[in-house]
Design a protein around this ligand. Sequence first.
Ligand code: MN
Length: 158
Amino acid sequence: MSASKSTSKKKSPSQAKSNRHQTRAVEDYLEQIYNLIEDKGYARVVDIAQNLGLAQASVTNMIQRLDGEGYIIYEKYRGLTLTDSGRKVGEAITRRHQLLTRLLRHFEIDEATIYEDVEGMEHHISRPTLEVISALCEELDANPSLLKALQKRIEEQS
Ligand code: MN
């Protein structure tokens, strides 16, 4: 378990792909931990496992890795806290999650679909695109006739 250090050496496509998967997993964990701490004041392995639909043993492994990489501080009997860099990632992903959810809730999409799509998209959005989505949300809220026109167009498409 000591493979990937974040050196900037050239990576083969398959390495790059596996790193993306790891980044996504790291982001999902930090998002969950950030939300648990915001909501309850603490994050327990059992809650993280439940929210991510994973076994506690795999969560414990990942928690140790996140500790090793400086995202969290984990003490077995005292629980875990986010470091500054862990909090930054958790907060950024949570913001993206909230913004994307806010956009999609303007339309007739069921909550389960929104959640699933947002969980995918939140890892793949650049800052400029986020700003566009943010402006779009603002405009949709400020301009009901624009929203209506869009909803109508979508209805006609389907
Ligand atoms: Mn999310």
